[in-house]
Design a protein around this ligand. Structure first.
Ligand code: SER
Length: 396
């Protein structure tokens, strides 16, 4: 992978450059929230920077005005299966900007292009964008198309890929995504045709609301919502081949391989999930069999499943507290790293007990053949064995 970049910018520098650029253009910095959405919100975790701003996108005046910028930590369980590749993390940070009924999309895209090329030094010839091509409800996004054509950036028109919803109902709109070429050859093909085009910045023209029956109505104001994955941008600017190679993962890269010998995808999964689990715990979540606690439990169990595949004696008590301290420090969490580590170790102990019990139960004659729904319910309700664990144990 060759982005032609080898910037000395640290991730902290990237944040500072980004925030200052938008502050100079009238944006006020808002403090990012934790991973936990406000009470009453149906989703388990904050999944994007706009998420905590939903009431303001729907028209409530924001106390800091109409132009905002922030860094928001997010957790996406939809990407769980993709972790281990070079661009996805479970917990990541999103740099974001908003126009709450103020400037329009062309202005946002102009600033985006200017900051990437002039501010961060990206060669404009390595950029490609996508733009909403229109469907039977909303016309093509000609304003964005014109802006990009004017800048000489190649455009691909799509429909579903350029529509951003925050769930099945609520604020949504067409978006324009900016991609950076990461191949070793000169750029070729288009973002949907070649995954060496990596998405770096999404600008959403958030001016519609989707109702429960699927129809679209205009929001009270025309907003812009942009989001840019920090670790991804940072690693690309640092000329790195994956998010795990940016400066934020330096302590992980130096400490984890010495503890456990793992192949690359497993090492990435272990680092990502442990780091994500630490952040989730630092935001107050504890392992449980439902909701947020179950997401945390799954993260820890996935780590242990990978670790124990080759060596069942591996244990989280070997995890250096430094890694917890580094993580909670970066996310500015006011927690005692020893407490976070203790939660992980206690969860490991419970999982070992559960596995032992699970193996004994599944050895019974009743469970030797194919399992039906009744069996899965019984194993879950009576023995606390979730379906995914039963399936794993039967494979093993
Ligand atoms: N909401 C958009 C996204 O998450 C842009 O912030 O990609």
């Amino acid at each position: 992978m060759n982005t032609g970049l080898n910037s000395q910018l640290s991730t902290e520098d990237v944040v500072r450059t980004f925030v200052e650029y938008f502050e100079e253009r009238g944006h006020r910095r808002i403090t990012g929230s934790t991973l936990l959405p406000p009470p009453g919100d149906p989703v388990l975790f904050t999944t994007s920077g706009m998420h905590p701003l939903t009431p303001y996108l729907e028209g409530r005046p924001h106390p800091l005005g109409r132009r905002l910028v922030n860094v928001q930590r997010c957790l996406r369980t939809t990407d769980l299966e993709e972790v281990g590749d070079s661009t996805h993390l479970t917990v990541f940070e999103m740099l974001g900007t908003w126009s709450l009924g103020d400037y329009e999309g062309q202005q946002s895209l102009h600033w985006g292009y200017d900051l990437l090329t002039d501010g961060f030094g990206i060669d404009p010839r390595l950029l490609h964008v996508t733009v909403f091509g229109g469907d039977d409800q909303v016309g093509p996004d000609t304003a964005s198309l014109e802006l990009w054509q004017d800048r000489g950036v190649p455009v691909e028109l799509t429909v579903e890929d350029n529509w951003w919803p925050n769930g099945s109902t609520g604020p949504c709109g067409p978006d324009s995504e900016i991609f950076l070429w990461t191949g070793d050859t000169p750029p070729e093909s288009t973002p949907t045709g070649d995954d060496r085009w990596v998405e770096i910045w999404n600008h959403v023209m958030m001016r519609h609301r989707r109702l429960v029956d699927g129809t679209l109505v205009p929001l009270p104001q025309r907003n812009i919502d942009t989001g840019l994955g920090l670790e991804r941008l940072s690693s690309l600017l640092q000329g790195r081949t994956s998010v795990f190679e940016c400066d934020l993962f330096a302590p992980w890269r130096s400490l984890v391989p010495g503890l456990w010998q793992l192949d690359q995808p497993s090492l990435r999964l272990v680092c990502d999930h442990l780091r994500s689990a630490m952040v989730v715990i630092g935001d107050g979540v504890r392992p449980a069999n439902t909701g947020r606690g179950y997401v945390l439990r799954r993260l820890v169990r996935r780590v242990l499943t990978v670790l124990w595949r080759d060596a069942p004696s591996r244990q989280l008590t070997d995890l250096p507290v430094e890694l917890v301290r580094h993580t909670s420090g970066h996310f500015r969490q006011d927690v005692d790293p020893h407490d976070v580590r203790r939660v992980l170790i206690e969860e490991e102990r419970r999982f070992r007990l559960l596995l032992d019990r699970g193996r004994q139960v599944l050895a019974r004659p009743r469970f030797q053949g194919p399992l039906d729904e009744g069996d899965f319910h019984y194993l879950h309700d009576t023995h606390g064995l979730p379906r995914d664990l039963v399936l794993t144990l039967r494979q093993g």
